[in-house]
Design a protein around this ligand. Structure first.
Ligand SMILES: [Fe+2]
Length: 192
């Protein structure tokens, strides 16, 4: 646990410095992604049994485990543990966002806004050793078919992201994505 805490702290120190040096830019978020890919390569620090996915009787199909978050709620890192059947609508984040694979696969689709709604412009299968990086206005959707553990990192904690938008194709309009709650604490708070 101490080794994990130290490795996560070192990564978040670097990520704070990357943002300070490069700003919230494409180059900056890609450097943050690369630093998290490096963290995720320390596979022994993140045994899957430390991040159980929801059982079949749970209403939700994934749990979020908080691994890091500053006192002002900036620089939040989570492990998302999914049992599959995770589908999100197309959404933005209003802060920078990075997803890095660890176990299983998370299909990310990227979109642009059009007069008719959204148009897919790219996609990436996030799995061990790879990741994606988004600026605050970038749009993506997530699709997870089977069990997966991925790292999600944001410039601001998920509970604070109360102005994210998602596209509702049935009504052909944009709505506010309610902020995520029920995050499970996975920090060693004694050494934070
Ligand atoms: Fe997202």
């Amino acid at each position: 646990m101490q080794a994990r805490t130290d490795a996560v702290h070192a990564a978040m120190d670097d990520i704070r410095q990357i943002e300070a040096d490069l700003g919230v830019t494409r180059e900056g978020v890609q450097a943050i992604r690369d630093r998290l890919v490096e963290l995720s390569s320390h596979r022994d620090l993140f045994p899957l049994e430390d991040f159980p996915k929801p059982g079949p009787d749970e209403k939700t199909t994934s749990f979020m485990y908080r691994l890091a978050q500053d006192g002002d709620d900036r620089f939040a890192l989570y492990a998302q543990s999914s049992r599959g059947q995770v589908e999100t609508p197309v959404h933005n984040h209003t802060t920078w966002a990075v997803v890095v694979g660890f176990d299983g696969q998370e299909h990310n689709r990227f979109f642009e806004r059009t007069d008719e709604g959204v148009n897919q412009i790219d996609d990436h299968m996030v799995q061990a050793g790879t990741g994606v990086a988004m600026l605050p206005d970038d749009l993506h959707s997530i699709h997870i078919d089977g069990p997966a553990l991925n790292f999600h990192c944001y410039g601001l904690a998920l509970e604070r992201l109360d102005e994210r938008e998602y596209y509702n194709p049935k009504e052909d309009n944009w709505k506010i994505f309610s902020s995520i709650s029920g995050i499970r604490e996975a920090r060693d708070l004694q050494s934070c």
